[in-house]
Design a protein. Structure first.
Length: 54
């Protein structure tokens, strides 16, 4: 594991803002206030739609 690409929801390198849809935030470091973004390496979309702000 490197500090810049952990693939474990720790470093936030892969964070991306999302615009619509539900998210399972499987990281263990972001507070509820920070969860306007998701960590793509571990977060999942439980529904059929998740719109990312790329
Ligand atoms: S790669 Fe580290 S949080 Fe996703």
């Amino acid at each position: 594991m490197t500090e810049t690409s952990c693939c474990a929801g720790l470093c936030r390198t892969c964070k991306v803002r999302y615009l619509q849809g539900a998210v399972e935030h499987n990281d263990c470091i972001m507070s509820d206030e920070e969860k306007t973004v998701l960590t793509a390496c571990v977060s999942r979309a439980p529904g059929k739609l998740l719109v990312l702000d790329l």
